[in-house]
Design a protein around this ligand. Structure first.
Ligand code: AHR
Length: 521
C-alpha cells in the first residue's frame, strides 16, 4: 500500500494496522503525520484496577493500622509511594466479579459492627469488611487518583446503588450524606466514574445484552448528578473480546444522555483451560501471548466502528477497564487468588498495549490494567509472610510511558517489520508519540521480536527536536523477572543506541525491549 501522509486520522489508524508487512525489511522508516485534529491522550488510559481478590486488597494494599509494616490508615506506605510515582490517574474498585456481590453498607461504620462476608468468586474466603468505602476513597485522595466505583447490579438493587451515589457525592442534608457525616466524613468525595455492573454477560448476572441494556437504563435513571459539576460519568458493562453484538445492542438501546462510556474486557490469555506458566514458557507460548495482546488493536477498531455508527460525534467513550496477561498461578499459591509473576513477556504486553491505546486515543478514554497488587499482571508484588515488596517490569513500562498522560498524540505512519514464528507473523514494532504542553516530544517503542534488533528511522524535522534522552527496559531472557531477593534485576537504564543527525533520528531497538525517547528543543 502506498503511504499517504494526508489521510484523515482514523484512516491512518486502519492504514497502520492493516498494511501488509514486508519480510526481510531491515530498516523501518517512520513518518510523522500532520493532523490538526489529533486527540489528547487521556491520562485515564493509564488507570488501574484493584479488586477484593486474593492478596490485592487484603494483605496487599491493606495490612491494617496495627501492622508492623509502615502504613497510612492501614494502607502500606511503600505501595502508596510507588503508585504516586506512577501518577496513577484512577483506580477501579471493588471488582470485577466481586463488585456484583458487594453491598457497600457492609463496609462503613464502626469496624466491630461490620459483618463478615464470604468472597464467593475468589476462593470462598471470609472477609471482615475492614476495607470499605471510606478507606478506598480516602486512599484515592492520598494517591491523587480519581476513584472509579463499580456498582453492584447483579445482586444489588437500584436503591442500593442510588444510595451509594448519595453517600459519596451529596453535600446537603439527606439520609445518606448524614450517615456519611456520622461516620466521620463531612465533605463528599465527589466520585465521578461509576460502573453499572461488571461483565453482565457472565459473573455479573449472565444477562442477555437486550436485558442488560434495559437494566442499565433503570439503574442510570436513579443515579443522581446532584452536587456533581458536569454530572457523573456512567460506564456500561461492556463486551468480552469480540462480542460485537453486545456493543451494538448497548449502543442501539441506551440513549446517549444516559451513557458516557462502554467497557471492553480483553485478557492476553492463550487458552482458558491451559494458560501456561507465568515464568517458564517457550517461544511458542510467548508468540501466542503476543498474538492475543496484538488482538487488542483489532478489537478496539471493530468496537469503535460500531460506536461510530451509532455515535458519529464520538460522545460515548470506549473504556478498556480490564486488560493484561493471565497465566497459571505461581506454584503453591491458592488457584483462586490469581497470583502470578511478571516477566519481560509482561513488559512486552504492556508496551504494545499502551501504544495501541495511545494510537486510538480518539475513542479510548480510559483503561485499567488488571490488577494493581498481587493479582494477574500486577505492577507491585508483596511478600505473603515477610514485608518486602517489588516493582515488576510492567510497573517500569507504565512509569516510562506516563509521559504520554494528557499529551497530544502525534500520529505516525510506518510499516512494521515482522516477527515471524513457525510461519505466522506479527508486527514486531509498536510505537506511539506525543507532544506535551512544554513542547517536549515522547516516543515509546516496543520491539516484541525476541531475537532481532530492529532499526527505525524517523524524520523528526517537523518536531524541531534538538536534544534526545532515552531509557530502555531490557533483560537477558524473556523469562527474567524481579524477585524479593533481586528486586532490581529488571529496571530502566539509560539508552544510547540512537543518533540524531540533521533532524533524522536513527534508533536500534534491541530484542524484546521497550524504549522511550524524550526529544526537546
Ligand atoms: O480480573 C479478574 C476477573 O476477570 C474480574 O473479576 C472479572 O471482571 C474478569 O473476568
Amino acid at each position: 500500500m502506498k503511504k499517504n501522509t494526508l489521510v484523515p486520522f482514523f484512516s491512518l489508524i486502519l492504514f497502520v494496522s492493516y498494511t501488509p508487512f514486508f519480510a526481510q525489511q531491515q530498516i523501518t522508516d517512520i513518518t510523522v503525520v500532520e493532523d490538526s485534529e489529533a486527540p489528547i491522550i487521556n491520562k485515564h488510559i493509564y488507570g488501574h484496577f484493584a479488586e477484593h481478590l486474593g492478596r490485592c486488597i487484603y494483605g496487599g494494599f491493606y495490612v491494617g493500622e496495627e501492622s508492623v509494616i509502615p502504613n497510612t490508615d492501614g494502607v502500606r506506605n511503600d505501595i502508596i509511594a510507588a503508585l504516586k510515582d506512577l501518577n496513577i490517574p484512577n483506580l477501579r474498585w471493588p471488582g470485577g466479579c466481586f463488585a456484583d456481590t458487594y453491598h457497600w453498607k457492609d463496609g462503613i461504620g464502626p469496624l466491630n459492627e461490620r459483618p463478615e462476608i464470604v468472597n464467593t468468586w475468589w476462593g470462598g474466603v471470609t472477609e471482615d469488611n475492614s476495607f470499605g468505602t471510606h478507606n478506598f476513597l480516602n486512599l484515592c485522595e492520598v494517591l491523587e487518583a480519581e476513584p472509579y466505583l463499580s456498582g453492584n447490579v447483579g445482586s444489588g438493587t437500584v436503591q442500593e446503588l442510588a444510595d451509594w451515589v448519595q453517600y459519596t457525592n451529596f453535600k446537603g442534608t439527606s439520609p445518606m450524606s448524614d450517615l456519611r457525616r456520622e461516620n466521620g466524613r463531612d465533605e463528599p468525595w465527589s466520585v465521578k466514574y461509576w460502573g453499572i455492573g461488571n461483565e453482565a454477560w457472565g459473573c455479573g448476572g449472565n444477562m442477555r445484552a437486550e436485558y442488560y441494556a434495559d437494566i442499565y437504563r433503570k439503574y442510570a435513571t436513579f443515579m443522581s448528578d446532584a452536587d456533581m459539576e458536569g454530572g457523573i460519568y456512567k460506564i456500561a458493562s461492556g463486551a468480552s473480546n469480540d462480542d460485537y453484538e453486545w456493543t451494538e445492542t448497548l449502543m442501539k438501546n441506551i440513549p446517549r444522555s444516559m451513557l458516557q462510556g462502554v467497557a471492553l474486557h480483553h485478557y492476553s490469555v492463550i487458552d482458558w483451560g491451559a494458560k501456561g506458566s507465568d515464568t517458564e514458557f517457550t517461544e511458542d507460548l510467548y508468540f501466542k501471548t503476543m498474538q492475543e495482546s496484538w488482538l487488542m488493536n483489532e478489537l478496539i477498531e471493530k468496537h469503535t466502528a460500531i460506536m461510530d455508527k451509532y455515535d458519529p460525534e464520538g460522545k460515548v467513550d470506549l473504556i478498556v477497564d480490564e486488560w493484561g496477561g493471565w497465566y497459571d498461578v505461581q506454584e503453591g499459591t491458592n488457584p483462586s487468588f490469581l497470583y502470578q509473576q511478571n516477566t519481560m513477556r509482561d513488559a512486552m504486553i504492556a508496551g504494545m498495549t499502551l501504544n495501541i491505546f495511545n494510537n486510538h486515543a480518539k475513542r479510548v478514554k480510559m483503561a485499567n490494567l488488571a490488577q494493581t497488587v498481587n493479582v494477574l499482571q500486577a505492577v507491585i508484588l508483596t511478600e505473603e509472610k515477610g514485608q518486602k515488596m517489588i516493582l515488576t517490569p510492567t510497573y517500569h513500562v507504565m512509569h516510562m510511558y506516563k509521559v504520554h498522560q494528557d499529551a497530544k498524540l502525534i500520529p505516525l505512519s510506518f510499516t512494521s517489520p515482522e516477527y515471524t514464528f513457525e510461519g505466522s507473523s506479527l508486527p514486531a514494532i509498536s510505537v506511539s508519540a506525543s507532544i506535551n504542553d512544554d513542547e517536549v516530544v515522547h516516543i515509546s517503542i516496543t520491539n516484541i521480536d525476541p531475537k532481532k534488533t530492529n532499526t527505525l528511522t524517523l524524520d523528526a524535522t517537523s518536531l524541531h527536536i534538538k536534544k534526545i534522552e532515552a531509557t530502555v527496559l531490557k533483560s537477558e531472557k524473556l523469562q527474567d523477572h524481579n524477585t524479593f531477593d533481586n528486586p532490581d534485576k529488571i529496571k530502566p537504564t539509560e539508552f544510547k543506541n540512537f543518533q540524531l543527525k540533521k533532524g533524522k533520528l536513527e534508533i536500534d531497538i534491541p530484542p524484546f525491549s521497550v524504549v522511550v525517547l524524550k526529544g526537546s528543543h
